[in-house]
Write a protein that binds this ligand. Sequence first.
Ligand code: GLU
Length: 506
Amino acid sequence: MSNSKVRVRFAPSPTGPLHMGGVRTALYNYLFAKKHGGDFILRIEDTDQTRYVQGAEDYIVDALNWCGIPPDEGMSVGGDFGPYRQSERKPMYREYADMLVESGHAYYAFDTSEELEEMRERLKKAGVPSPQYNAVTRSSMKNSLSLSAEEVQKRLEAGDPYVIRIRMPRNEEVKFEDKIRGWVSFNTNNMDDKVLFKGDGMPTYHLANIVDDHLMQITHVIRGEEWLPSAPLHVLLYKYLGWEAPEFAHLPLILKPDGNGKLSKRDGDRLGFPVFPTEWKNPEGEISSGYREQGYYPEAFINMLAFLGWNPGTQQEIFSLDELVEAFTLERVGKSGAKYDFEKTKWYNQQYLRAYSNEELGAQLQVLLKENSITVTDNIAAKVSGLMKERATFVKDILEDGMYFFVAPTEYDEKTVNKKWKENTPEHLGSFRKNIAEIGDFTAENVEKAFKATLEQYEIGFGQLGPALRLALSGKPAGPSLFEISEILGKEETLTRIDKALEVLA
Ligand code: GLU
């Protein structure tokens, strides 16, 4: 497929919301497609109707849009290779199952679920730990390889329920070169006669997946490691259908932050972080938190995800989506699992937050201020953002930690009051108040001058006045420059707050 246009697909099953690992798979597909000027396709794999979850498909589309990695083709945007939902492609699969039966690579199996269960029980008793329908056991089952041609014909005509299974060959090595893992090899003795086509007229994942990848001209299959054991079956199906197989790249797992094993929703609940990009409400109305709703920037989330399994080989950690497209290669995706690090995710958000100009952050803050019915000028919102951004992870932190910029404190931090509000504090603070009342141009610089003058006047240090002034202005033990806070509050408000503190704490 070396000369054809790169076409990759993200092929989730709509069985629930998209886990972070799924988003990363989508991201790597997106980056690979864009890097090579190719197409990124979203295909919904809903052949298993019993596992269909209402709302999951819309969730997936919405989450990819939020992440800024929308598909070029898919049911939400259209394209020349549709339909993009497997249930709508139902009539397309049967002919390929039939082709495989005709060429002897697949067969009809009529076994009832009781008969299958009986076979498993029997083999377990005989000491087989995981019994399979395979080259050894198929001869004792009811299928078109074990029954006479007449019997098979009779059953088909009578409309007996059946499935179509692959006829897995005995003792063959199936090899392919995975873009991440290198050469991998499987022996067919360890593979079973998987069902390709079901009694309900639907293909299984395996058949639908390769038929669609072929018909949609997919050049590279980039997916999670959990699909690696299915890959040899897929390679055989391509061969039996006479089609060229796409390239394969199986991505390493995302691991729990503490210990081994795949990151699960339970880990997120246990350790207090979302595992979904956006909030998910299941059909029962139960809500699971998402990064979007917690205030993460999609750019930060994506940047973090890109590094879970890939690295650029340099020290650079902050990458815009365009830069990721530029730098991404499958060769630099690691073979081993990547531990999820929630602190690092927050760090990424901080970096993105700090990179915004004060004006841009101010505009983001204004949205939250309006939600809280607080009216301030854009200039004030920008100044507050500038002062608070070094301490914030999210824009909401600026609002929460800097609420005193907009609303006068009603409480004063008790510990600081006990430690720092001394007998002579009212005198010092009162004198400072007098000094600043005379300032004509109420700038941070002039307030600072007045503050220093007060310190000199009483021969005291910063610690004897600063914390008290901070209490008066913000009620808090710590925060940004007192002089900047004063300038933002303005002269009148600064004086009022000092008066109030003198009254309450006197
Ligand atoms: N439908 C499969 C899933 O849910 C797709 C696996 C693949 O990409 O082949 O992940």
